[in-house]
Design a protein around this ligand. Structure first.
Ligand code: ATP
Length: 604
């Protein structure tokens, strides 16, 4: 924990809303002085009543008027108390809201500027997720607890001063009596926290198992394979493990808690005996005795609040460190560098190599190729060969770890990634299915033209997504089933929409990463026809496992383990009779060969 984090947290709270911070702090501190004022007025009132009872029949000593005045003070304090707590809770709610908005905004701003690389780093991603998940409670918690601590000091000093008047040993005894309980709650609080931390991993697994049983997308598979009982029993095993630990901690806590309350009762008993001795000697009044009795509970509550506040601040600051750690991560400025203007005519990979951060294996090695406007280049290779990684480098989501990429003969690193990306459009293998309208799903590729209905219609036509016309509200139909009224599409329909998104952006480089995986045969054929038409004026990259698609490319690169093993046109590669020809023939034979003879003939 760093003291600087505390200051930084308070700064964030203050900046979120100076007015509500001030109101909350002022009303809290004023409220903290009220218990002592209440005790004191109550004491005066009791003393006066006792005096009146003593002097019954002796007129003129204690007037009804005087008692009423004291009562008015007491009522005044109660009214002031509720007024202060009204202001306090209003300002707390509004401050909490401003703070949540302010911190979420910072996190989202940061996330929006983070590179794809950071998202693929598990540590950074965990930090982001945790920061975002707990944003609502932690910063406010620190501020409230800190103000609570100062308030507790005010209460302790003021109530303590009243109690101290009863004899110098009374206050130390009362304070001492509140310690055993606090010690037990603190000790087990820490144990509880540790237990939860140990359980974090298992709790995540248990949560995951639960999510498998409640997921709408997985329900089909779970039902069909019928592994619900298996999931449930594993889920329950984790629960039983947690339960055992919990029982142990709860039992020990009960024993220690009982011991602590005995000890504390003993100390309070001692203090009471001492004070009663003074009462018997007529040295203290009834009012003083009430201060003692009511003050004990007040002091005990405040001391435990104080210590709990301290450990709460400590825990919340651990979270804040995570948040600050995340916010301090280096940004990748996507606008740094010269601005690329005009279309991309050639792309050249020169000896490009790449290794993912925090790994020890090159996934690309010495990759060379050149592609010019009007050409379609296909990347072929088995799973994990490095095809998608080439696309990530090409689109500047990652930078090569060796070699360089030239655009129109110029080193790509000279130009800002954002300006280069503007010249590119892509359909990813795991394209987005945005739970928005059809129009938004397409036009989001170029937000400056969100309202461009004609552009969207053209893109939809080019992508063969004509089914959109049959949707109840056309382009304004909301898609997906996350929100009410959303229309769910089939996998292929979503993919065509993603294709429309690609076409909507007027780019000089088009990248198709498995663009037809979910399409039916006719749609695949139409898509490839459209793609060929588009390819004439652009540079097209194509990744596909379907050789019917790949063979249409002008130039094919075969990757194996991150290395280019073959390249050339479809005909050249077939003639070479290497890996490409082998893979191609393997797939072609799947279509050409005779269907296997049925094992069991149907009865005639
Ligand atoms: N974020 C990442 N961090 C570390 N390694 C990665 C990451 N993404 C991919 N890899 C590794 O890089 C290698 C190439 O992956 P890539 O996704 O480029 O393959 P691919 O040829 O596109 O495969 P597929 O046909 O299955 O889509 C694989 O060995 C993969 O495990």
């Amino acid at each position: 924990m760093r003291p600087a984090d505390l200051l930084e947290t308070l700064k964030i709270v203050w900046q979120a809303s100076p007015r509500h911070t001030l109101t909350y702090a002022a009303t809290s501190l004023l409220s903290s002085a009220l218990p002592a004022a209440n005790l004191y007025v109550g004491k005066l009132l009791l003393d006066e009543v006792a005096r009146a009872a003593q002097n019954a029949g002796t007129p003129g000593n204690v007037t009804y008027q005087a008692l009423l005045t004291l009562l008015a003070f007491q009522v005044g304090l109660t009214v002031l108390g509720s007024l202060l707590s009204t202001f306090q809770s209003t300002s707390q709610q509004l401050l909490g809201d401003s703070l949540q908005h302010g911190v979420s905004r910072r996190i989202l701003d940061k996330a929006a500027g983070m590179s794809v690389e950071s998202f693929e780093n598990a540590d950074t991603y965990d930090k982001l997720q945790q920061a975002y998940r707990e944003v609502g409670t932690r910063p406010l918690g620190v501020a409230l607890q800190l103000i609570g601590l100062i308030g507790a000091v005010v209460t302790l000093v003021s109530v303590g001063a009243l109690i101290a008047r009863l004899g110098f040993w009374v206050l130390p005894l009362v304070l001492l009596a509140s310690l055993p309980g606090v010690w037990v709650s603190n000790r087990f609080g820490v144990e509880n926290y540790r237990m939860l931390r140990w359980q974090t991993h298992d709790a995540r697994v248990q949560n995951y198992l639960g999510s498998l049983l409640t997921s709408d997308t997985l329900v089909k598979e779970v039902r069909l394979f019928g592994f619900e009982p298996y999931l449930l029993s594993r889920w329950r095993e984790y629960y039983l493990g947690f339960r055992k630990q919990l029982e142990d901690i709860v039992r020990r806590r009960a024993v220690w808690g009982f011991g602590a309350s005995l000890l504390s009762a003993l100390l309070i008993g001692l203090a009471s005996a001492l004070i009663l001795r003074r009462a018997a000697a007529g040295q203290i009044s009834v009012g003083d005795f009430s201060v003692f009795i009511l003050g004990i509970a007040q002091v005990q509550g405040t001391v435990s609040g104080f210590l709990n506040g301290l450990s709460g601040i400590y825990q919340n600051l651990l979270y804040m460190r995570n948040l600050f750690g995340f916010l301090e991560l280096p940004d990748r400025d996507l606008d740094a560098g010269e601005t690329w203007t005009g279309s991309i005519e050639t792309i050249e990979f020169q000896d490009v190599g790449f290794r993912y951060p925090l790994t020890d294996r090159d996934v690309l090695n010495g990759v060379n190729f050149t592609v010019t406007r009007g050409q379609a280049l296909a990347l072929v290779g088995e799973n994990g060969a490095g095809k998608t990684t080439i696309v990530k480098l090409l689109t500047r989501l990652f930078e090569p770890t060796s070699g360089r990429i030239l655009l129109n003969g110029l080193d790509a690193t000279r130009f800002s990634p954002r300006s280069v990306q503007r010249e590119m459009s892509i359909i990813f293998q795991d394209f987005g299915q945005y739970q928005m309208t059809v129009q938004d799903n397409v036009a989001i590729a170029e937000v400056e033209r969100l309202e461009d209905v004609t552009g969207v219609e053209t893109a939809i036509e080019r992508a063969g997504a004509g089914y959109v016309d049959t949707l109840p509200e056309g382009l304004d139909t909301r898609l997906g089933r996350l929100f009410q009224g959303g229309r769910q599409l089939s996998g292929g329909q979503w993919q065509r929409l993603a294709l429309a998104r690609l076409y909507f952006r007027d780019a000089s480089v088009l990248v198709f990463d498995e663009p037809t995986a979910a399409l039916d045969a006719r749609a695949e054929f139409e898509t490839m026809e459209a793609l060929r038409a588009e390819a004439r004026e652009r540079i097209t990259f194509l990744i596909s496992h379907r050789f019917s698609t790949v063979r249409l490319a002008d130039y094919i690169i075969v990757l194996d383990g991150g290395v280019v093993t073959e390249s050339g046109s479809h005909a050249e590669l077939l003639a070479r009779n290497g890996k490409y020809a082998a893979l191609y023939n393997l797939q072609a034979s799947g279509y050409a060969s005779e269907p296997p003879t049925p094992a069991r003939a149907h009865p005639a």
